[in-house]
Design a protein. Structure first.
Length: 305
């Protein structure tokens, strides 16, 4: 079992030192991109090794040795956790030098497979290789950890409105989300991707949060612009099977709540009345074709003043 004095045995020759200037700059850029903390930073903090975060990435051999010693001299982490952090460092060596030091180290020192899988996932997250990260972080052997951070990063790094990665992570892992910020980010991703799924998600929460999410769904759908896609999303929203509470929340949001300020508020209420079999809103009659076209332009098919 390695310890503070086995540095050379673990890392071998440092002739091909991976932490050159370009690598350090890349990791600092990743740190800024990942809400100010790499996932290895989060691991170190969880192990009460916060001071070590300032030592990664090490800028020379002496700094790497100091980081290694700091890890093994800690009394706050189990041996498997310490070995897992070293495993992460060796993944850096492998990536830069084309070696397999990390896996050899893991097998030699019997690091449990689930620890290796998890650290590989976090390593790919820190490298901003999110699709590869999820191949590890969704492994069935893992207990979900750093869930809020993972969801936050995946949603905020989604490109061109494609939220497939954060939604794939959530649906596969089915984690408990702790922070309201992460919950709202996930819900927004759901709402932009599938109105029905977001609606069902809102119903899985207690009444207070359910109402907040329901209103958030309304504002997300109606605040996304006026075009063919937004009209279809509005149609999905107004065709949902609301219960009596949701029906009331819907009206309150658009008649007197935050949704009242939206240009399409009245059009949406009209769409809901048509969907539920009522003829028009406020004395106005309408058909789906007329109202949807009006929704795109913001006048609901009504004559402009």
């Amino acid at each position: 079992m390695p310890g503070p004095s086995q540095f050379e045995e673990v890392f071998g020759s440092l002739d091909q030192f991976p932490y050159d200037r370009s690598f350090v700059q890349h990791m600092e850029s990743s740190r800024r991109s990942l809400e100010g903390s790499l996932f290895i930073d989060r691991v170190l903090k969880a192990l009460n090794l916060s001071r070590a975060t300032s030592q990664y990435p090490p800028k020379n051999g002496d700094a790497l040795r100091q980081l290694y010693q700091h890890i093994f001299e800690s009394k706050n982490a189990t041996i498997h956790h310490k070995l897992s952090v070293v495993f992460y460092l060796l993944l850096d060596f492998d990536a830069r030098n084309g070696t397999t030091q990390a896996e050899a180290f893991a097998q030699r020192d019997s690091i449990p497979k689930k620890y290796r899988i998890f650290m590989k996932g976090l390593w790919h997250m820190d490298s901003l290789q999110f699709d590869l990260a999820l191949q590890y972080l969704t492994h069935p052997s893992l207990e979900p950890d750093f869930v809020d951070d993972i969801i936050t990063v995946l949603v905020r790094h989604a490109k061109n409105g494609d939220y497939s990665l954060p939604l794939a992570y959530y649906h596969t892992v089915q984690p408990m989300i702790q922070s309201s910020a992460a919950l709202e980010l996930l819900f927004d991703a759901l709402a932009r991707s599938n109105v029905v799924d977001a609606f069902q998600f809102s119903r899985s929460h207690a009444d207070f949060m359910r109402r907040q999410l329901f209103q958030r769904l309304i504002l997300s759908v109606l605040g996304s612009g006026r075009n063919d896609e937004s009209a279809e999303r509005a149609l999905d929203l107004t065709s949902l099977p609301f219960d009596s509470e949701e029906e009331q929340w819907f009206k309150e949001c658009l008649e007197s709540g935050d949704g009242k300020r939206l240009v399409v508020a009245k059009d949406t209420l009209l769409m809901r009345r048509i969907a539920t079999g009522h003829s028009g809103y406020g004395g106005e009659a309408g058909t789906w074709g007329v109202v949807l076209e009006g929704f795109k332009t913001g006048n609901g098919g009504r004559p402009q003043a």
